[in-house]
Design a protein. Sequence first.
Length: 758
Amino acid sequence: MPLTASPKARGPLAALATSLAPTVAGFALALAASTSALGVDVSVSAIEITQGFQATTGATPLIAKNATMVRVRVSLNGQTIAQPGVDAMLRVYSNGVEIAGSPVYSSNGPINAPVAPNSANLNDTLNFICLPPQSNDIDFVVTLNPFRTIAETNYANNSSSVLNKAFLCRKMVDIAYTPVNYTPGGGLPSGTVIEPGNGDAFLRGIFKTGDWNYHRSPLSPPVFTTDINSSSTTLLNTLSSIRQNTIPGAGFQRPEFIYGWLPGNPFSGNGQAIGIPGDAAFGNTENSRFQRTFAHEIGHCWGLSHNTLAIGIISVDVEHQLRDPLNIAQVMPTTKKDIMYAGLLTNEAWVESGSYLDCINDARSQCGAADGTDGGDTDGASDALDGAIPVLRVTGVHDHVLRRIDLDPAMPNELVVPTKDNPAGNVLVEAFDDHGVLVASLRVDTRACRESCADPRHQHRSTSLFVNLPRWTNGREIARVALRESAKGAAGRPLGGMTRSANAPSIDAFTVGPAQPGPIAFDPSTDHLAGRVRLEWLISDADGDATVADLLYSPNGGDAWLPIAVGLRESSFEFDSSDLPASRGRNAQFRLRASDGLSSDDFVEGNSYSFGNSAPPDVHIIAPNTITSFPQGATVLLHGSAWDIDDQLLPESGLTWTSSRDGALGSGRLLPIRDLSVGAHTITLRGTDSGFLFAERAIAITITARTFNNGDFNGDGAVDASDMTILLSSWGSNGIADINADGIVGSEDLAALLSFWG
């Protein structure tokens, strides 16, 4: 720093500097004399930049707009005992410009720096949290002992840097979840267990995308009445149908994945995915398993198979999301198992390199032109219906022991993307018209998820078959479906099929009304339905065929139809109106579609209703955990989510944060804050939709006092005129006199120095 008064320090300030100061050079000599005997000299020995997993070479890709931890190892340069009171400051630059939220103070300093730091101990390193933007030129500059609170023999080696790091764009990935009303296991799972910030905690820690839009499915929970161990494929097919057909049926964004939550752990395999890769999975809500099971099954959907690998490298849960409910330590030892190691508890697993990279490299997480250049910040715009046509949904169960596929009745659906041919598939699906002409042919793989996720030595006997076939080809409609084994491109043994019957099913009755018992939900004077709604019907079939039904809802007089439930074999269905979008005026209609195999009947209930309650958005705080303490100046990364049944993903501006002590803090899903005042805070996240309805969530945190810079710039043990001279000599620039670390020495630093005087 300059040793003479800055030209900017004019007038009374310059006069004060002149009157107070012996020469700064004299203080430097005194400082050197006083510290040489102590032999203290700290420097940076290593800098690790991690978002959860980082190779020892530092080559693991980093993703923009993700919580990032910078871990700094301190060298004591020959000192044989630990050095107390060591702290540092981090500055982060993007393309040469310091980013918002920089400089960054440590989250755990000052530390007692050990002689031999061990990365397995969180507090053996100085740790910083930041949120870098997308760029190929992110620089990290660390300065140890920046305010010279420790007297050293050498200050010239206190800074170190990591330059030109790339932070890549990845898009926000959409995953819908739904509780499963599993009547053999006691009904619905706990909503707090599966909600954002809890159910998805492990997933967020190990799979890095632009962010996760993890939200509830916009329809009633599916009801499951049979033992999951004998009918898991039925649930998987139901979930996949919800993702592919139901959710986009009324204009909602089709999610990349869907996940069903069971109450407790009734399934012998912990959970199951529909395929590797796949789009649907389910799992348990058992306390010691649920977070890891969720991430494991989504790993299958990404395309990962089981392995027996340890993570091999000390890793970090950067946002410490796994603190709740199991109080899992933030640092993961090398002995932890990879997420795709079968049968583990949550506290036994983390992620190794291959699994970590799979998400980053997957096509479903890559940024497109619509994702912008700031880390994939999209607000739910969807191209999910590109290539969508009327299809025939064909589902069934492949029994690999009997080498047979039992098909459910097929069901027509509008505007669905047909299943693509998989050349490596083991099942050939062929469709013919009523003249026996082949109209569609493709291969699918039903083998991928036979291995149990609880015990890889066990093979599931049955797996799912799920295919969307073009309903018409050149004006010809499907009249017969045949399934065969497929190997090396050749069709083999027949596996099953179905043929259109002589008579289609008939819907003889269909009624809509309030569910009883329950609140009064129907106002005849306005035809308004709210609360619990019950639909009942009667279906007959002249051929005696078994039938299934799909229920559909239109909020706009039939312009778009949203399937409420699919594959129903019962004669009634109840749901809550808050699970569906409100109608556009008095234009709500309900429709029933019945199928006996390849023949179907449709019935639109004759009344139009005003439907639904105006519901505020779903709002959740992802991080930090409630009842957490941070030292003054440490970056608190506020991470939230908000989703609305009418607006879907809320924009960044729809999420606002406030503090009970400091007032408005800012807006956005991810907001780094480093200037919270000392004391107890209630941090509140408000999500507001386009209709100005809002909901709030709150956490309690505490900011503890910490002195970054005590004003003793020359380290002589007193804050006096010599320190004032140093401050004034650097007025308008930066350096050790920048007490509040805002990048410039000014009046606030002068006021702080005077508060330390004497």
